[in-house]
Design a protein around this ligand. Sequence first.
Ligand SMILES: Cc1cc2nc3c(=O)[nH]c(=O)nc-3n(C[C@H](O)[C@H](O)[C@H](O)COP(=O)(O)OP(=O)(O)OC[C@H]3O[C@@H](n4cnc5c(N)ncnc54)[C@H](O)[C@@H]3O)c2cc1C
Length: 415
Amino acid sequence: MNCKPIPTLDEHINDIRMRTAEIVNEEILPNEDRLWRSRQDGESMEHRREVLELRAAIKERVRRAGLWAPHLPKEYGGMGLDFLAHAYMNEVLAYAVGAASLFGVVAPNSGNQSILLKYGTEEQRRRWLVPLIEGTMESGFSMTEPETAGSDPRSLATTAARDGDEWVINGHKWFTSNGIDADFFIVMCRATDHGEDARAGEPMVQIIVPTATKGVEIVRGIGLFGQRESDHCEVRYDNVRVPIENALGKVGEGHQAAQDRLGAGRIYHCMNSVGQMWRAFDLMVERAGNREVHGGPLQEKQFVQGFIADSYVDIQAARLMTLHAAEKIDQGLAAARTDISAIKVFVPAAFTRVVDRAIQVWGAAGVSNDLPLSTMYLHARTLRIADGPDEVHRVLIAKNVLRQYASGVGWDFGN
Ligand SMILES: Cc1cc2nc3c(=O)[nH]c(=O)nc-3n(C[C@H](O)[C@H](O)[C@H](O)COP(=O)(O)OP(=O)(O)OC[C@H]3O[C@@H](n4cnc5c(N)ncnc54)[C@H](O)[C@@H]3O)c2cc1C
């Protein structure tokens, strides 16, 4: 990866970018095959152990370099970066497939960390957040259900009823990511008997549920795009009992907490997508220069030049929109709602287009598992649905814009 300091950027952020690039170039890219591709191939126990050791060694180097968990405050072992600085760092680290987890900022853990920080009690942070940051625990976020529309979370049917000092949870979820490895889930429930602290009309509550609790059944890892199994799990909750203090925040705050979580999660996805787009772009341009076809290299064909130009435009637009949204989040999450939705619509679609062109330039090799492009493509396509489908975000953008005009102010074009 060719990464140089950006002349207009703060020296501190450039330093972070350069040190990140060093680890990506020296440790992750040369080992990318071993680290990620082997997961699909039913590897041996010995190989698995070797991969785990390699991952641990890279994480250790990341920590020693002070580059662990850019999104978390320093007192919790993170870098304490604001969103803008994180966005600049992230486009560098996400150049390598799956590198985000080696820098401690991977969904769904990163989103769960942000709500544990915002809504968690001291005890909840000690018990769940600290191990999550240290990497000794894994987590999932369990909101979407097969029988209700995930686009409309207020319709969800999973219930939590209060019985003495316990919540009793019943429901059916799916697409709970990281479900196979998770030690606990944050489960979005409808509180049916919630005591006195409920806010009327919004009885949603998020509850921390250890996956080993009786009644939690991981039914399956759902197969995606023809793959047999993924870590996006179908989960049943059958009379699952957890202590009342496992509620995260107050009853009635569940919906807001989910929005806060998803707001951060959405921009992390977009930051990762930008890094991956640069990678796909590099692969495309490299192949266009090397591959001889019909009397000359591909890069001399205008169709291919069109792919390169359109991809450059897509990446720069996605990148600048993401940096802009990051700046807005730093001014407060509420101020950034429209821009978070805007990047959530634009970036995954641009990501899909860029990878699609890179695949085309590579021909058959592009769809093979020999290159990271096919994995990127599947991931890019799912992002147009995960964390809210495009249509929901378009509706939100239009509502916010129209509300602003209805108030007689109009849109602030400089903002
Ligand atoms: C790879 C992946 C990982 C995921 N990880 C998680 C996770 O960890 N935890 C979790 O809880 N969920 C997760 N999800 C689920 C995801 O958040 C939901 O799939 C998403 O919110 C949409 O819900 P749904 O699938 O029920 O679609 P539905 O709500 O049934 O919507 C179907 C389609 O209807 C259209 N639509 C919806 N609303 C409107 C509207 N107002 N106007 C016009 N059209 C509309 C959209 O095209 C949408 O795609 C994941 C999904 C994927 C694909």
